[in-house]
Design a binder for this molecule. Structure first.
Ligand code: SAH
Length: 220
């Protein structure tokens, strides 16, 4: 993250982005308010400062990406985030999605497998505002059993299958939003709700394209 100024110009660009997200079908006002208030340009390299509010993904460190705002809004809306929800996020990346969840009042636990990206979480600029976010370095396929169960689980990388350990860490009545591989390049967004008997109600949504969810964690 990079401390920068948040000027009227940026606020204006954010308002336009919010309008665009509404046109694209985002209706959750809490999602829109979060995106309307978070300075996305802080999460990007200075080279992208002027285009930070375009609805596109951008490269971040370690060959990863910050998700497109529409994708962030879409996944967050599917999760029906409420104040106080305990949310496990897989793929911290730029910490932008993490911040959206925190701004909506969620209690966020987030895991990143790339050491370089995880190390950047110590420089998180909104620590004072969101002191409860917990950042972990690890393999998201393992989840974070110590703090389970979670109300919601959000996977922000392309999953080859539904990670069993994550499913076990979800509360009954809880929801998992997961982009599941349909082919090498395309994922289908699914929302799985955990039923009393431990099985899932599955709902299927649009297609997206994410960076892959990979096993293990990097050394440096
Ligand atoms: N939520 C992020 C999206 C980053 S892209 C953002 O808003 O910026 C997906 C991220 O998932 C990448 O940082 C990638 O390193 C991470 N990732 C992939 N597989 C993972 C795994 N098994 N465990 C944890 N993180 C993983």
């Amino acid at each position: 993250m990079r401390k920068s100024e948040d000027k009227y110009l940026h606020k204006g660009l954010r308002n336009q982005l919010v309008k665009l997200l509404v046109e694209k079908g985002i209706t959750d006002n809490n999602v829109l308010a979060a995106i309307g208030s978070i300075p996305r340009h802080f999460f990007l390299d200075s080279a992208f400062e002027r285009i930070a509010y375009e609805d596109r993904a951008f490269p971040i460190a370690a060959d990863q990406t910050i998700s497109q705002p529409y994708t962030v809004a879409y996944q967050t809306q599917l999760l029906q985030i409420k104040e106080g929800d305990k949310v496990l996020e897989i793929g911290t990346g730029s910490m932008y999605q993490t911040t959206v969840l925190a701004a909506m009042g969620a209690d966020v636990y987030t895991i990143e497998r790339q050491k370089q990206l995880f190390d950047q979480t110590t420089q998180y600029l909104f620590k004072d505002q969101y002191p409860k976010i917990r950042f972990f370095f690890g393999d998201g396929f393992e989840g974070q059993a110590e703090f389970a169960p979670y109300d919601k689980i959000l996977i922000t990388a392309a999953a080859p299958k539904i990670p069993e350990k994550l499913w076990d860490q979800l509360k009954v009545g809880g929801m998992m939003v997961i982009p599941l591989d349909e082919s090498e390049e395309v994922q289908r967004m699914l929302r799985l709700t955990k039923k009393k008997d431990g099985t899932s109600k599955q709902e299927s949504f649009d297609e997206f394209s994410f960076v892959p969810m990979l096993k293990g964690k990097t050394q440096k």
